[in-house]
Ligand binder design. Structure first.
Ligand SMILES: Nc1ncnc2c1ncn2[C@@H]1O[C@H](COP(=O)(O)OP(=O)(O)OP(=O)(O)O)[C@@H](O)[C@H]1O
Length: 248
């Protein structure tokens, strides 16, 4: 458990964030004035039924989508006041992403996938830096492979190395274990825990999996676009029990 969980410095803060999507019948509200902080150097899991707005919440927190109203602060930066160019710069440098389907580029080697964020930033790529990032996820010997030559769990670890190489303030992970078997899922969660405990970063993760959520410092439950519960120091049993209450 990270000490900073107790200090509660937010890496990202949402204040009264609302978001709706257009439909033929008019706007459909998805998030209703959600206020939530992702404390620095901690792992927060967001859980809730399908369609409750978890991904939308993560996208708003990451500056991938702008809310209709409310504010999103990344450190001291108000993302809702940023234009698209500023948001692109922030997405490349200050936030990282891990997706359920890994989102590696199939034609690039593992090495080039991991180097990509640095190249997009226009920075110099040092081989040692990429090899080090791959070493941190236990895949230093796979640098020359293509993603299709790796297992799902290995691909997700490459995706985590790619995120870490840019040294983001916060990593957003959307169902990072959703496509993995149980053992690969456990390895990926151990790495995300390491991202917090050893690399001192912040992780915000959406998951349906109580075992993955149990690796978090805190679980936030979303239901119909509203925060309806929180659980500190969760266990898989306590998470499953809470979910059964909200999903009843
Ligand atoms: N781009 C979009 N346009 C229109 N409606 C959308 C869009 N994105 C999401 N929605 C709708 O918003 C609601 C919330 O979606 P969201 O993906 O945030 O939920 P979720 O809790 O992550 O769901 P799941 O667990 O199934 O991934 C859903 O009803 C979805 O259909």
């Amino acid at each position: 458990m990270s000490l900073a969980t107790d200090i509660q410095v937010p890496a990202v803060q949402l204040a009264a964030v609302s978001r709706s999507y257009p439909s033929q019948a008019g706007p459909v509200p998805v998030l209703h004035e959600v206020s939530l902080a992702f404390p620095a150097r901690s792992l927060t899991a967001v859980m809730g039924p399908s369609g409750s707005g978890k991904t939308t919440l993560l996208h708003c927190a990451a500056g991938l989508e702008q809310p209709d109203s409310g504010r999103v602060l990344l450190g001291d930066t108000d993302l809702t006041a940023c234009d698209e160019r500023e948001l692109t710069r922030i997405r490349r440098g200050r936030v990282g992403f891990v997706f359920q389907q890994f989102n590696l580029l199939p034609m690039l080697t593992v090495y080039d996938n991991v180097a990509l964020p640095l190249r997009l930033q226009g920075g110099r790529v040092r081989r040692a830096q990429i090899v080090d990032a791959l070493g941190r996820v236990g895949l230093a010997d796979k640098a020359g492979r293509r993603p299709a030559q790796l297992s799902g769990g290995q691909q997700q670890r490459v995706a985590i190395a790619r995120t870490l190489v840019a040294e983001p303030e916060i990593v957003f992970a959307d169902e990072p274990t959703g496509s993995l078997d149980r053992q690969s899922g456990r390895q990926v969660m151990a790495l995300l825990r390491d991202v917090v405990d050893r690399a001192g970063r912040t992780v915000a993760m959406v998951t349906h999996d109580p075992a993955a959520a149990a690796c978090a410092d805190r679980v936030v439950f979303l239901f119909d676009g509203r925060i309806v519960g929180r659980l500190d120091h969760p266990t898989a049993e306590a998470v499953a029990q809470q979910l059964s209450v909200w999903e009843r």
